[in-house]
Ligand binder design. Structure first.
Ligand code: ADP
Ligand code: TZD
Ligand code: MG
Length: 564
């Protein structure tokens, strides 16, 4: 038989990726996907090999958030697949488009549960955790399979898609001409979803009647990249805005209409709130209760119709993609002008200036050892001098205090624990953001948070990425000075090693280490890390006795009988 015009499933799959403009894969290889990764690299795809699939998945997810194209994560069967699945689920929960591609074992053996190497019914395991899960069994279906995965990941509310590539598919053969002819790029995979004119008018009327309007920007707004129109709507109407964590920087945090420093006041008083790509989930106390004005009414811009009324009644839903919706809202202002009152703005400004002064005092106070705010005072000076920095942030106190203390100035530059408050996303996000943007990344991480994915510093060093990691080392989860209730002197459940020298880790891989104990040392080390463009790790010694249990969300812990 003449094999000269035959190709195989692996090559067809890579051709399909390239045809769709996908040029990067994050993954961990092994049976049966090693050659897939090799050929991908050979054929022009950038391949980033990780130390753990969860971090590779997180890199793919953040690439999706930053680019509106699905990030790609490649995993091996069963255990590798499961390691990646946490990241896929997290991407879906946060609305980030990504595709996890995994090799899988022999279908016939899996289905009869006869014990194949790394046997698992992966497609069905993935379903509850993904937006969708598909399996490609035949080489002639590769183009359609990938098109389905891409379209599902980026249309409507974005999310994670699982794509199962069987061992048989990867090793299957097909005529190259037939395969080439099967390739295609899906037409308009993320179509505009234009809201009804009626819904726009209803929303503008409600906002126009408001005495104390407020706009809440969420990461859906950041994702939509409708930056100019969102700014125009806010600046034309003078409505104060509150950014959710990953929407910080959509308009700069020091914008005169930014109400972040008056968060409690605006939530308690606003009578009409317009949600732009933000869900009324736990992060907004479900839109009800003591943090909210009981008479508040809502406008909600969202692409997902099922999100409307999810927690409370929405008086003016605007269902559509945010780009289209906000464009129509801006256009509608000509006929239905909206202007926030100067009284409302003055009330907010008064509260803001008190709170900004309080924060400035905390940041300026020099404690020894440093507390979180003393350290953040130093970080703030450096970030304010590098306004285009990407900031990755996780931890509990480290997360909450950094979010409140550090201003962001550019859209989609703050990447953090997100909707699930998950630890361990940091290294994957930092690597994904560095690869995608080519810009310097600063990561402010709790010592516990860092431990979940710390070995990826080898990945950072291997690829020489411009990532500076600052570990707020307070020797524990929340704080390092708890004692064990048994009184036996074992480390308590929250205790980690306060004497740990995380900086020594990066030395092993040739990166630049710093160990700092004062604000000046921290400032110098951080500034050097950023300008060097080299992998840098700063162990920042923080007082183990200053953290708050669970950071700012202590109230979510169940109470014990002792009320502890
Ligand atoms: P945050 O955590 O910042 O409050 P969420 O993740 O809770 O944000 O909410 C984001 C919302 O944005 C989701 O309900 C999602 O459906 C919506 N969304 C995402 N992308 C778009 C888009 N392009 N257009 C409209 N809505 C979007
Ligand atoms: N596991 C995962 C995957 N996510 C989580 N959120 C947790 C466990 C529980 N958890 C938190 O919610 S915060 C946190 C854990 C373990 C770590 C806090 O310690 P840290 O930060 O050192 O990162 P601070 O600054 O000491 O508070
Ligand atoms: Mg800690």
């Amino acid at each position: 038989m003449d094999n000269s015009n035959l190709t195989d499933g692996m090559h067809v799959f890579v051709d399909a990726l390239l045809k769709n403009g996908i040029d990067t894969i994050y993954g961990v290889v092994g049976i049966p996907v090693t050659d897939l990764a090799r050929h991908a690299q050979e054929m022009g795809i950038k391949y980033y090999g990780f130390r753990h699939e969860q971090s590779a998945g997180n890199a793919a997810a953040i690439t999706g958030f930053l680019t509106k194209k699905p990030g790609i994560c490649l995993t091996v069967s069963a255990p590798g697949f499961l390691n990646g699945l946490t990241a896929l689920a997290n991407a879906t929960v946060n609305g980030f488009p990504m595709i996890q591609i995994s090799g899988s074992s022999d279908r016939a053996i899996i289905d009869l549960q006869q014990g194949d190497y790394e046997e698992l019914d992966q497609m069905n395991a993935a379903k509850p955790f993904a937006k969708a899960a598909y399996r490609i069994n035949r080489p002639e279906d590769i183009a359609v399979g990938l098109a389905r995965a891409i379209r599902t990941a980026i249309s409507g509310r974005p999310g994670g898609v699982y794509l199962d590539l069987t061992t048989a598919l990867l090793g299957s053969t097909i005529d190259k001409t037939v395969a080439d002819n099967s390739l295609f790029v899906p037409v308009c995979p993320a179509p505009k979803q234009i809201p009804s004119q009626e819904s726009i008018e209803r929303a503008l009327k409600l906002l126009g009647d408001a005495k104390k309007p407020l706009i809440i920007l969420g990461k859906g707004a950041a994702y939509s990249q409708a930056d100019a129109n969102i700014r125009e709507f806010i600046e034309t109407t003078n409505i104060p805005f509150l950014p959710m964590s990953m929407a910080k920087g959509l308009l700069e945090d020091d914008h005169k209409l930014c109400a972040a420093a008056a968060r409690s006041l605006v939530l308690e008083n606003a009578d009409v709130v317009m949600l732009v790509g933000a869900r009324l989930n736990w992060l907004l106390s479900h839109g009800k209760g003591k943090h909210w004005n009981p008479a508040v009414r809502f406008v909600q811009l969202d692409i997902e119709p099922k999100e409307i009324d999810s927690n409370v009644r929405i008086d003016a839903p605007v269902v559509g993609d945010i780009s289209s919706s906000i464009e129509l809202m801006v256009a509608g202002l000509g006929k239905s002008p909206v202007k926030a009152s100067s009284d409302w703005l003055a009330q907010i400004d008064a509260d803001k200036s008190v709170n900004i002064q309080k924060m400035a005092a905390k940041l300026a106070a020099v404690t020894s050892p440093m507390d979180f705010y003393t350290a953040l005072g130093a970080v703030k000076e450096v970030i304010d001098a590098n306004k285009d920095i990407y900031l990755v942030n996780e931890g509990a106190n480290t997360l909450d205090d950094t979010r409140n203390a550090i201003n962001m100035y550019q859209p989609r530059h703050r990447l953090d624990c997100g909707t699930w408050g998950v630890m361990g996303v940091g290294m994957g996000y930092a690597i994904g953001a560095a690869v995608t943007s080519g810009k310097p990344i600063v990561m402010i991480d709790g010592d516990s948070a860092f431990g979940f994915s710390g070995m990826e510093i080898e990945t950072v060093c291997r690829f020489k990425l411009p990532v500076t990691i600052v570990i707020f080392n307070n020797g524990g989860i929340y704080r390092g000075d708890h004692i064990d209730l048994s009184g036996k002197g074992a480390p308590s459940p929250t205790t980690l090693m306060v004497s740990a020298r995380y900086d020594k880790l990066i030395e092993a891989f040739g990166g630049t280490p710093y160990n700092v104990a004062t604000p000046q040392e921290l400032k110098d080390a951080l500034a050097s890390g950023i300008t060097s463009g080299k992998p840098t790790l700063i162990n920042c010694v923080i007082d183990p006795a200053t953290g708050t249990e669970s950071g700012h969300i202590s109230s979510l812990n169940p109470k014990t009988v002792a009320g502890k």
